[in-house]
Design a binder for this molecule. Structure first.
Ligand code: G3P
Ligand code: MG
Length: 247
């Protein structure tokens, strides 16, 4: 039986602090909190030696001064990289954060978390398992983090490892099997590209008992419309535009 409780707020910071700071860094999380966020979404994956850290892409090239597949490097190499200066000079020296550091920051700022399990290709099952076990441990004194993934296998592994943690299936393209998939995974929520939603689909998903989170909504009119249809949470890059009065 799924616990249908939804303790999460309607606005969620995308990749820590959205487009206002280098994504998936502690600086982004600090800024998100400062701007009024109550919850953050971020992307978690494994280093070669099994440390859980934050990064969106498989490779390091776009958001750090490193290159190549991040999951093929050990943590002692990854920790030396600069993950801030690509975004702007004021973020020079910002590091890739470990999941444990992010849990501390969430506790410090009283932020809730949506941990997106973003496995390096081929490491879906292991990443799902390890992230779920760590999340259980690191967030034991905080509101349970919502685990999500585009990877069915990663969510299935998370479900096996820590069945009590809430799960959300991520879809970038519409999938007619959404009901079967979310049922099998015991999902509390479905996380969708907001362009996939209209009022009827929203109603259908709600009817099935699912909570709905959408990404990435940066326009107040669209955010209003989605919330009015019954969407539960909006993941945004631009809380400065959407406005904290949405809470
Ligand atoms: O979890 C919502 C959103 O972050 C999914 O897309 O590519 O930004 O991780 P992406
Ligand atoms: Mg993400």
């Amino acid at each position: 039986m799924i616990n249908r409780a939804w303790p999460y707020p309607p606005i969620v910071a995308h990749r820590g602090g959205g487009k206002l700071a280098p994504e998936n860094t502690l600086a982004a999380i600090d800024l998100g909190a400062q701007l009024g966020h109550l919850m953050i979404e971020f992307d978690a994956k494994l280093s070669q030696d099994g440390e859980i850290f934050l990064l969106h892409d498989d490779t390091l090239d776009r958001t750090s001064n490193g290159w190549g597949v991040a999951g093929q490097l050990p943590w002692d190499k990854l920790v030396q990289l600069d993950a801030g200066s690509w975004f702007g000079k004021t973020f020079d020296g910002e590091r890739l954060p470990l999941l444990a550091q992010v849990a501390d920051r969430c506790r410090q700022h009283r932020l809730m978390a949506n941990i997106e399990i973003k496995p390096t290709t081929g490491l879906e099952v292991e990443t799902g398992r390890v992230v779920a076990l760590a999340a259980r441990d690191l967030w034991q004194d905080q509101v349970a983090p919502l685990l999500s993934s585009f990877s069915y296998e990663a969510l299935e592994a998370a479900q096996k490892a820590a069945p009590e943690l809430p799960r959300g299936l991520l879809l970038h393209e519409w999938n007619d099997n959404w009901r079967q998939m979310t049922d099998a995974l015991g999902c509390l929520s479905i996380h969708l590209n907001h362009k996939l939603l209209d009022e009827q689909r929203t109603a259908e998903l709600k009817q099935a008992g699912l909570r709905i989170l959408v990404y990435t909504v940066n326009e107040p009119e669209r955010a209003h419309q989605l919330l009015q249809w019954g969407v539960d949470a909006i993941c945004t890059d631009r809380i400065d535009v959407i406005g904290p009065d949405f809470r």
